[in-house]
Ligand binder design. Structure first.
Ligand code: GDP
Length: 201
């Protein structure tokens, strides 16, 4: 699969503001600065689909994009875990994300992004636990893969798998800088979008 076309469809902070549900949605989640905007721009071949943040944690909305004439949608969830926001703001981000996970019937999968260099944080674990409980888990993108050696790759992937308790997940190393991992990630997304894949039976 290739993404040939993508456009912003809507921006929402609460369910009433979501665009009307239509084709299946694939959402992307991760802590701020994990490289989500860079990856989304690379996936969609657009320079400015998602803004690469000069100031991490700025995006506090759920952004919906229509892809390939609305064949499916990409949903950019707000980055979490930015140290400088207050507890109440970070709680409202959690509410925003959980409301979407809980309420959106057309959501089929959430790609969780984790920096390949580090063990996932407590919030990453919380996020992945949510995904498991809603049956949306299974694809993890390990970002900034250019920052570690090939030798360290398997070890870091194992660490991410173990920390998140993601036994059966597909973990795809990606680098927006080197433009690697895109084909593999799109293949996993395509599989998730295909009705009748084992996960959906
Ligand atoms: P977001 O906050 O998750 O949307 O992250 P951004 O896409 O804004 O990226 C955060 C920082 O990481 C920026 O300085 C990017 O240039 C950098 N970055 C993103 N992806 C990569 C990558 O694949 N490799 C490297 N080395 N840096 C990256």
């Amino acid at each position: 699969m290739n993404i040939t076309k993508s456009d912003l469809l809507g921006i929402a902070a609460k369910p009433a503001q979501y665009p009307e549900a239509g084709p299946p949605e694939i959402a992307f989640a991760g802590r701020s600065n994990v490289g989500k905007s860079s990856l989304l721009n690379l996936l969609t071949g657009r320079k400015a689909l998602a803004r690469v943040s000069g100031s991490p944690g700025k995006t506090r909305t759920i952004n919906f994009y229509t892809v390939n004439d609305d064949a499916f949608r990409i949903v950019d969830l707000p980055g979490y875990g930015y140290a400088k926001v207050s507890k109440s703001v970070s709680a409202s981000w959690g509410d925003m994300i959980e409301a979407y996970l809980k309420k959106r019937d057309t959501l089929v999968k959430v790609v969780l992004l984790a920096d390949i260099r580090h063990a996932p944080s407590a919030q990453d674990i919380q996020m992945y636990d949510w995904l498991k409980s809603y049956g949306l888990d299974g694809i993890i993108a390990a970002t900034k893969a250019d920052k570690i050696s090939r030798n360290a790759l398997e070890k870091q992937i194992a660490l991410i798998r173990k920390t998140l308790g993601a036994k059966d997940a597909v973990i795809v190393p990606v680098s927006a800088l080197k433009r690697t991992g895109v084909k593999e990630l799109l293949a996993e997304i395509e599989l998730a979008l295909t009705p009748g894949t084992p996960e959906e039976v």
